[in-house]
Design a protein around this ligand. Sequence first.
Ligand code: PEP
Ligand code: MN
Length: 347
Amino acid sequence: MIVVMQPTATPTQVAHVVDLIREMGLKDHVIEGTDLTVVAVIGDDRKKDGAKLEQAPGVDRVMKVLQPYKMAARETKRGETTRVTVGADCVFGGRHVPIIAGPCSVEEESKIIEAALAVKSAGAHALRGGAFKPRTNPYSFQGHGEDGLKMLAAARAATGLPIVTEVLTPSDVELVAEYADCLQIGTRNSQNYKLLEACGDQAKPVLLKRGMAMTIDEFLQASEYILAAGNPNVILCERGIRTFEDHTRNTLSLSAVPELHHRTHLPVVIDPSHGTGHARLVPDMARAAIAAGCDGLAIEVHPDPEHALTDGAQSITPQVLNDLMASLQRIAVAVDRTCEPLAAVSG
Ligand code: PEP
Ligand code: MN
């Protein structure tokens, strides 16, 4: 922390601030400028409450310097990006940019297998699909639960694609982890700290979606819960935030990609489906996301979007994904990445 004194602060007020810092078990370094005095707080102050200092007489403001997310912070890894492997060989955070594709929810076994085969042949690297669905309305389809997980496992067996699926509650973490290759924590649960801890206390990687009203700082603190509970394999997913704009379902913050890369070593995935809410906007935003340097995409794809049980309006068809993949591959190359099907990936 840095304590900036008011220009009118007296030496006694500065001395009082120094006393408070020492009481907190930290060291002080007083810097007297020509116009005002600044007191630098030395030591790990992440768990210290700056409020006492803010209220001390003569203090203008207190600025945090060390990030409140120690394990997620980029400095922790000396600039390296963490590689998170989902399934056998789908790696997020390397040169290759994997595409997670599939329907919003798992509807029937034959349909999820059909979708999995279609996204695989279009060039996707992992299959998504919700078995436990977080629905805004309690009367809407809530997903097939464990039966849905079994259907996903059948789709994995049919295609070899690893599975990414959402977990809604700490009591289901063990069950979902039995089937899934990667556990998704959705936007509505991204500050459910008990769920974050429970996902941190199991071995499968976690795709953590950004809360729809979360700042980047809060997003990283949420990821810290999973890391601090013992799971280093966290993938961040920007899926759009709530703003006043209503031409899209959410406002997809693509600047989150370079900003997150600046602040953290964790890989960053973009979800252009929830990020826009409209299938017609998905391909362009997917292309833009790769250009912005994302480490993966999560796209809702449904063979028959008109009859999808959930999120049909934002689901593209396998054919659109297939066409999109060609341009994603070209853009990936332009930004020194690759995006081809996994069999073609070397190194
Ligand atoms: C989903 O991926 O289908 C989903 C519910 O996402 P979000 O939590 O981002 O709304
Ligand atoms: Mn969805």
